[in-house]
Design a protein around this ligand. Structure first.
Ligand code: PRP
Length: 214
């Protein structure tokens, strides 16, 4: 049996994913949180996970380097990748928001938005008929309005602590997101029964967790 390869976004999503895989009998004996290894295998179930930057998961899957991927909906939308989105995994829930120091910035004729998500940002403001200049940053976006780089930010909020600790307020809600299982389109055909079986197992664990409100 061939290995099924899964790219997982490093960080918050890894432990949740490993928990779900464990629930369907897949185990990675040498995985531990502090390891710097990037590849782990279950040699019995023939599952291999590779840990990559969140913004790179869609690339690995789209180009067929892995059959499947676990990625936040935020990174998936921003990637624009041509992949199948097969399961809403239910964890990694957060919100896309516009945040800033004062709501009045949104009343300006034109304003500057700093973000890791230029596509989501442009789509949101275009739909509202507002013209914005978008500055693409790679992280610590909350800093931008504090040092005068932008009028506001578009970012994801999970607990709200980063906004709070930096004195920023939510000025507008965009939409909610969660982690998704995605599949390479060619793998979906060539390894169909394997991937289909895997998806069904994952979906039933997600449904059970949902049923008990986790
Ligand atoms: C994300 C996001 C916020 C923060 C929100 O950043 O961009 O900065 O988490 O989480 P909270 O609402 O629980 O505080 P991440 O931790 O991925 O780091 P980055 O800013 O360096 O990308």
């Amino acid at each position: 049996m061939e290995y099924l390869n899964i790219a997982i976004a490093k960080g918050r999503l890894v432990d949740h994913t490993i928990d779900i895989l464990r629930a369907i009998g897949i185990n990675f004996p040498d995985y531990h949180e502090k390891s710097r290894k990037l590849i782990f295998e279950d040699p019995v179930k023939k599952i291999r996970i590779v840990l990559v930057k969140a913004s790179d998961v869609a690339t690995y899957v789209e180009r067929g380097a892995t059959d499947l991927g676990v990625i936040g909906k935020d990174s998936l939308i921003e990637s624009g990748a041509n992949v199948f989105e097969v399961v809403d995994l239910g964890f990694g829930r957060c919100r896309f928001v516009v945040a800033g120091l004062e709501a009045t910035v949104l009343q300006k004729h034109k304003f500057i938005v700093a973000t890791k998500y230029p596509k989501v940002t442009n789509q949101f403001f275009t739909e509202r008929g507002q013209t914005v200049e978008t500055i693409h940053l790679n992280g610590s976006v909350e800093l931008a309005p504090l040092v005068g780089l932008s009028d506001c930010i578009v970012d994801i909020v999970e607990t709200g602590r980063t906004l709070q600790d930096n004195g920023l307020k939510v000025l507008a809600e965009i939409f909610e997101i969660s982690a998704r299982l995605i599949a390479n389109k060619a793998s979906f055909k060539t390894k169909h029964s394997r991937i289909d079986d895997f998806i069904n197992h994952i979906q039933s664990v997600v449904n059970e967790k949902g049923a008990v409100g986790q």
